[in-house]
Every structure is written in structure tokens, then in C-alpha cells.
Design a protein around this ligand. Structure first.
Ligand SMILES: [Zn+2]
Ligand SMILES: [Zn+2]
Ligand SMILES: [Zn+2]
Length: 317
């Protein structure tokens, strides 16, 4: 049974999509102007939206597609699916009043290009330019703990399977478009990612410079004023009292007969037991388990992108 078609304000025909989403079946794009997701299974919705984004027909991948606010709570648990960023966002109780100008713009654009624009199925760049032009939007990143590097362009990455491919090819697409003067970029942030797998899920910790072990203990240094002896606190404790191992005097008042000039690290590796002041910093990648020095990490600048005039002319060529 085809999903329900409603006539909304300004003669806009909306199709409520439910069963076809479970089957990941794209409805006939000519039957309605906009599609409204009426399915509460977040995973199925994600798969379906991905199919729309990857679809070769501009009538499908440019179709205005909305989620319903009523279902927002249901999707909330799956916020790493980025559903909102894979479509035109939420509407409340089928109210599209304030979206009518942008819907009209998109529908006109689809009508114009369906007749005049031809492009190959795998021309992802052209699809991307067309989409963002039709939405009058910049290509913006979103922070997401579920994405490989932590910074994601959900709609671009949806073209590809798997975290690594999505990251590498998605970034290549944007970078290539920037270099061809089709996108202008605006700097937002700098991130450090694993040199091997591009993951941003990294654990930074101090390491022993001698044996690279990272189970270290920070020990407080004591400086005895009278004899100028400096050693770690543990060497001064005798039961409840602190006694200088060099001159055997008792230490009573901090700031009067001794002070604490700093800390040293002690390596808890039994075969090392190194004591040192400056540890190395080691970076462990949670994703691929690789160990690296901070200087070895890949540095990535994060940008938002906007279409250039050249891009807009290319769309209509
Ligand atoms: Zn060590
Ligand atoms: Zn002393
Ligand atoms: Zn890694």
C-alpha cells in the first residue's frame, strides 16, 4: 500500500513515508513535492536517508525531506546517526508554513535542472554543489563522538561506507573542490588525529623517557633548608615524623625549615624505577591501538565551506 499523500498549505503535496522506509524502497518522486518521515525506527530511517543521498536522480536526492518533531524523542538515543543533518530537519505537526519559500526554491530548482543538467552518477561533487545551492546553505561540520575524527560532514560522508573511507574520501572531495575554486573555506578549529587511522579518539599520557612505561607515580620533592638536601618525600618519612636522611634533623614546619620545590616522576616498572622530572608524552590511539608521539599526529584544520560563484555557474553548465 503506498504511503499517505496529504495536501498541505499552498498546494504542496506531502507524502508520509513509513512502510517504504522499513523496506528501504524509494517512492515515486513524482507523486509528492515533499517527503515526511513517519517511521520511528532510527536505524531504518538512517539507511533510507542514506539511500536518498546516494540516489542518482536529482528528483530524489534534492527532494525536501523532513522529520517530525513528535518522533524526536524516539530518535534522541541515536543522535550519532545525525538524522537531522541527513535531511531538511524537523517540522512540527506538519506545519511547513515558514519553510514554504525554501521548499518553493528547491522545487523550482529541481524542475529547472531535471531538464537541463546532466551528470554522471558518480559525480558526487556536482551532486553536493547542487544540494547545498538548493538549500542555500554552507557545508558545515558537526562534532560527533561517533565519527572517526570527531569532526564530521554527515551528508558528504553518507556517500561512502565505513568510517575510514567516509573520512578520507569525504575530506578529499571537499579539499578538491576548494583547490578547484568551487568552495571557499572558513577556518573553525584545529584537531590532532592518529597518523595511521585518522581517529580523534586518543589517549595522551606521560611516559618514562628511559623505558617508555606509562605507569608512573608523581612524588613530591622536599628541600631541607639547613643542609640543602633535596629528595622525594618518601625518603623523609619515619613513621609519623619527617626526618632528614642527610643530617637527621626533624622537619617540622613547611616554609620555615623545609619547602616543596616541585615534583618528580617515578617509573613503576620494576626493572626500571627511573626517577625523572620531565616525562615524555605518549599518545595511544583507541581506534587502531597505535602508539605515537604528539609530534607524529596528523594535524587537521577544520573548515566550513561555502559555494563560490564558479560553483554556481558550474551547476547550470
Ligand atoms: Zn621506566
Ligand atoms: Zn638535612
Ligand atoms: Zn589510530
Amino acid at each position: 500500500m503506498p504511503d499517505k499523500i496529504l495536501n498541505l498549505v499552498n498546494g504542496i503535496r506531502a507524502q508520509l513515508l513509513d512502510d517504504c522506509i522499513d523496506r528501504n524502497e524509494i517512492p515515486n518522486a513524482d507523486n509528492a513535492d515533499i517527503w515526511i518521515i513517519n517511521n520511528d525506527k532510527a536505524w531504518n530511517v538512517k539507511i533510507f536517508l542514506t539511500s536518498l543521498i546516494r540516489h542518482p536522480d536529482p528528483k530524489v536526492f534534492l527532494k525536501p525531506v523532513f522529520l517530525q518533531k513528535d518522533l524526536k524523542k524516539t530518535y534522541k538515543e541515536y543522535k550519532n546517526y545525525n538524522l537531522k543533518h541527513l535531511c531538511d530537519g524537523y517540522i512540527k505537526e506538519l506545519d511547513i508554513q515558514n519553510k514554504i519559500p525554501s521548499i518553493r526554491f528547491i522545487l523550482n530548482f529541481i524542475k529547472n535542472i531535471s531538464a537541463s543538467v546532466s551528470f554522471s552518477e558518480d559525480d558526487l561533487l556536482k551532486k553536493t554543489l547542487m544540494y547545498y545551492y538548493s538549500r542555500n546553505k554552507d557545508i558545515e561540520f558537526y562534532e560527533s563522538a561517533a565519527s572517526l575524527s570527531g569532526y564530521s560532514y554527515p551528508r558528504i560522508e553518507a556517500y561512502y561506507d565505513g568510517g575510514t573511507e567516509a573520512y578520507v574520501k569525504g575530506r578529499d572531495l571537499l579539499n578538491g573542490a576548494y583547490k578547484s575554486d568551487l568552495l571557499r573555506r572558513n577556518y573553525v578549529d584545529t584537531s590532532h588525529i592518529c597518523k595511521k587511522c585518522h581517529s580523534g579518539f586518543l589517549n595522551y599520557r606521560e611516559e618514562c623517557p628511559k623505558c617508555k612505561h606509562h605507569n608512573l607515580q608523581a612524588r613530591v620533592l622536599i628541600h631541607h633548608f639547613r643542609c640543602a638536601y633535596v629528595a622525594t618525600e618518601t625518603k623523609f618519612w619515619q613513621g609519623e615524623r619527617m626526618v632528614c636522611p642527610k643530617c637527621s634533623m626533624e622537619l617540622r614546619n613547611l616554609g620555615v625549615d623545609y619547602d616543596k620545590p616541585g615534583k618528580v616522576f617515578y617509573c613503576l616498572n620494576d626493572t626500571c624505577k627511573n626517577e625523572f622530572q620531565k616525562p615524555l608524552i605518549g599518545v595511544h590511539c583507541i581506534n587502531c591501538k597505535n602508539e605515537q608521539a604528539p609530534s607524529e599526529l596528523n594535524l587537521e584544520k577544520i573548515y566550513n565551506y561555502e559555494l563560490t560563484q564558479k560553483a554556481i555557474s558550474e551547476i547550470f553548465n
